[in-house]
Design a protein around this ligand. Sequence first.
Ligand code: 6PG
Length: 248
Amino acid sequence: MTGTIHKVSQPQQLFEIAAKNFCQITEDALSRTRRMTVALAGGSTPKALYTLLATDPYRTMVDWSKIHVFWGDERHVPPDHQDSNYRMAHESLLSQVPIVASHVYRIQGEWPHASEAAQDYEDTLRKVFSLTSGALPCFDLILLGMGPDGHTASLFPGTDVVHESLKWVAAPWVEKFQTHRVTLTPVVLNQARHVMFMVSGEDKAAALHEVLEGHSQADLYPSQVVNPEAGELLWLVDDKAASLLQNT
Ligand code: 6PG
């Protein structure tokens, strides 16, 4: 496993570091170009980061007019559904900061066919990143979480999307939830300049040990496929999640 592991004792420290990194990555991006592109993680862990970013000093430190927001994955639900990753980010962050509405690129989770939403999102990436044929979207930052089964984004154990090498966005069927998801694939995840995992809680300890210190078996522990080709990989983990790690 490449990358850096930063272990903290309390979850709140994890979010403070993540917020500071967000600001630094934004500053770096705006020193190079006119915008910062970030793909947000879903689930529940990142909500504390989004809430922190929506409060001072971060709310005023970031030039939100230059931030372009995407998602790493989305559930196959409408944007106002309780399970929607868009809804969670909108409520905790996007509705609280002066972001430009046209710079928020939501995955169309409400569309009847998730595969069409995936294709639409890939088209959006191609347009927003102004990509000609052959080029890949390079996010300044991709935020990720990790499930107790070692999944990340919507790359779940035993699904083909874990090994996707052509599509940028896919719509895998997730047997355990009996539903489709829409997700960035490893093709895009591994192009990012910075990938930051946020992993908190004892229920993640076994999977985190396998992902970071176990054999290479991405079919069982899909988070192992995240290895940015040129970008930086940071694992922000708290003591409980890291309790089974041998090498930290
Ligand atoms: C999602 C996320 C998913 C999440 C993990 C961890 O849509 O659920 O993209 O990959 O990051 O399930 O979720 P928690 O951080 O809430 O445990």
